[in-house]
Unconditional design. Structure first.
Length: 534
């Protein structure tokens, strides 16, 4: 029994060996606690080293669930953090941990065709998105040295826009107008038109009804556009913090492709709702309100977002990020706070007018107020030569149309200008979700600008256009191919185009004469009845 016990000398040796080999892995963790929670904002005490926009993890003492919060206000004795999820279960005294990470989202090709929330989690009922890369949602925009001028066109497929308000890759073009004037329709048409162009599209829906977002997704899927599109949705029922970060998350997803040397188009629908969500957060955080109760940094909210749209230099891969922000006005007031802010940030605006929309001019683009500050630099040369005076002619027509209502007799030149303007307006009308290839736009606009439709009734202009495009594709395919490949209206192509228009005009007139000569259905029926009676 005595032999089995350790002697004092052996015990000492074992203890000394253990002490010499002892290594302690020290781990310091900064832990804070919740002081109060209200309206999605948590006041946190104790995290003195937290940084702005850092992700914090709050553990609910009731449910044990971990909720992510975003540190926005760094005050002297506490942090104001907005909760990115369900905040009703959080209580005073709940533990808060730093993550050491600024808010980021997963990015990659795996997101194409998916509908996700602003944190990158799928909301379309599909499997989780598997990707290894992440990007911070709010980063500094590329500097001047990293950019090159905007000079490549981004075709929307909408005649009125591609002809008069051209958009280039890397541009920021605002779509502005009252509710129900076709803003989302223009954005969706632009996405559909990017098929087979290699442009990745990101549609960011902020503060919309879930039903509206579902309808847009279904439209994109029906036209085969979801294959190259990512939808980021922060619906009207989602918390204000999610609506606030949604455009930044969408931009991060698009920037991933830009830095890979690819082209991306991101649509923010709409930024006025993001500004309202930010105002709500700011007021709860007790930030001083300014004009229309918006905080003082609401301009910076949008400027740092839209400045990330860029055409990178060739040394950096030549990728581009084009932004189409949408702003909703109230009763056409473009001089309100948020509209004027975004107009001053962007490279032009497409203004949609309710009166034009209600009168059947769709897309309801007001040519007088709409402008592209990049202009012809981002336009196909053939379109530039054809549509160069189209914008001025239409603006003059609108002014003259107003005065003509009060005039009893007009001179021949004025009547001709009014007639030409009416035909031009008809030619620029376009059904929804039917983008037109640029070469077809060029030949149609060439015809109306060069007086080839002056003899066609205004009511027949759209029928003439449909028939003419079919006729050109069938018999003059070389004209369309030449315009698509060369991008210029050469003398040979123009001669062939004139011949095509003359040939079709003869056919169209013959068909119109035959239709007029044929008896109306009612007259023919009565004539047959009379013959039968006789």
């Amino acid at each position: 029994m005595a032999d089995s016990q350790l002697r004092a000398g052996e015990l000492k040796g074992v203890l000394l060996a253990q002490i010499e080999n002892y290594e302690e892995a020290l781990q310091a963790e900064e832990v804070g606690e919740v002081l109060e929670v209200k309206d999605g904002v948590a006041r946190i005490y104790g995290l003195t080293k937290a940084v702005a926009s850092e992700m914090l993890e709050i553990t609910s003492s009731e449910t044990g669930e971990v909720v992510v919060a975003l540190a926005l206000n760094l005050e002297e004795d506490n942090i104001g953090a907005v909760v990115m999820g369900e905040w009703a279960g959080l209580r005073e005294g709940d533990r808060v941990r730093r993550t050491g990470r600024v808010l980021d989202v997963p990015v990659g090709d795996a997101y194409l065709g998916r509908v996700v929330d602003p944190l990158g989690a799928p909301v379309d009922g599909g499997s989780p998105v598997e990707t290894t890369e992440r990007r911070q949602i709010d980063v500094v925009a590329p500097g001047i040295v990293k950019r090159q001028p905007v000079k490549e066109p981004l075709q929307t497929g909408i005649k009125a826009i591609d002809a008069m308000i051209p958009i280039g890759r890397g541009q920021r073009e605002l779509i502005i107008g009252d509710r129900q004037t076709g803003k989302t329709a223009i954005a969706v048409d632009a996405i559909i038109n990017q098929k087979d162009t290699g442009v990745v599209c990101v549609y960011c829906a902020v503060g919309q009804r879930a039903g509206n977002v579902a309808a847009v997704v279904e439209t994109l899927r029906r036209h085969g556009a979801m294959d190259y599109t990512i939808v980021v949705a922060a619906n009207a029922s989602d918390p204000a913090p999610m609506q606030y970060i949604a455009p930044y998350s969408a931009t991060a997803l698009a920037e991933h492709f830009m830095w890979k040397g690819r082209h991306a188009l991101v649509i923010y629908d709409d930024l006025s709702k993001q500004a309202q969500a930010y105002r709500q957060l700011s007021l709860v955080l007790r930030r001083p309100p300014g004009r229309e109760a918006y905080p003082g940094d609401v301009f910076y909210l949008h400027s740092r977002l839209l400045e990330r749209a860029a055409k990178l230099s060739d040394q950096l891969g030549g990728g581009s990020l084009t932004a189409l922000p949408v702003i909703e006005t109230q009763a056409g007031d473009v001089s309100a706070y948020i509209p004027t802010n975004v107009i001053s940030i962007t490279d032009g605006q497409i203004y949609l007018e309710p009166d034009l929309f209600n009168s059947g001019v769709r897309p309801a683009v007001n040519v007088g107020i709409s402008v592209s500050r990049v202009g012809g630099a981002a336009q196909v040369k053939a379109m530039k030569s054809v549509a160069g005076r189209l914008r001025l002619d239409l603006a003059q027509f609108r002014a003259m149309e107003t005065f003509a209502q009060f005039a009893s007799d007009l001179d021949a030149a004025t009547q001709q200008q009014l007639a030409r303007g009416q035909r031009t307006v008809e030619m620029l009308k376009q059904p929804q979700y039917r983008p037109v290839p640029v070469e077809q736009q060029i030949i149609a606009i060439y015809a109306v600008v060069n007086a080839h439709l002056d003899d066609v009734d205004v009511a027949q202009v759209r029928a003439w256009e449909r028939g003419f495009l079919e006729f050109a594709q069938a018999g003059y395919g070389d004209v369309l191919t030449g315009l698509r490949q060369e991008g210029r209206l050469t003398d040979d192509i123009e001669a062939r185009l004139k011949d095509c228009i003359e040939q079709y005009n003869e056919t169209f007139r013959a068909e119109a004469d035959a239709a007029r000569a044929a008896p109306a259905p009612a007259q023919a029926a009565s004539a047959r009845t009379a013959e039968a009676g006789a």
